[in-house]
Design a protein. Structure first.
Length: 97
């Protein structure tokens, strides 16, 4: 999924796109795949939450908010927590067709 620009700065758009990337993972194919799916989703959502909390936290007005750093942090955490290790619904459908 590609993010489209909204009525906000490119840095905010990039932040929102990476948060969506964190939680928009493929659905599992079977109930048995659900456990790994939930583990990945919970871990990735936790990192997205941490990032959003840091962005929204009250900052010292003398310290600029570095959205690029926050986006990079979340991207690194998502790379450490790939949404894999389970059969996705899309892969299961493709294998039948």
């Amino acid at each position: 999924m590609t993010a489209s620009p909204g009525p906000f700065s490119p840095a905010v758009g990039e932040l929102l796109a990476v948060v969506l990337e964190a939680i928009d993972i493929p659905f599992p194919a079977t109930v048995g795949d659900g456990e790994r799916y939930r583990e990945a989703l919970v871990e990735r959502a936790m990192h997205a939450r941490i990032t959003l909390e840091r962005v929204l936290a009250v900052h010292d007005p003398g310290l600029p908010l570095d959205l690029g750093f926050e986006v990079g942090y979340l991207r690194r955490k998502l790379a450490e927590t790939p949404a894999d290790g389970y059969m996705t619904w899309q892969a299961a459908v493709a294998s039948v067709g």
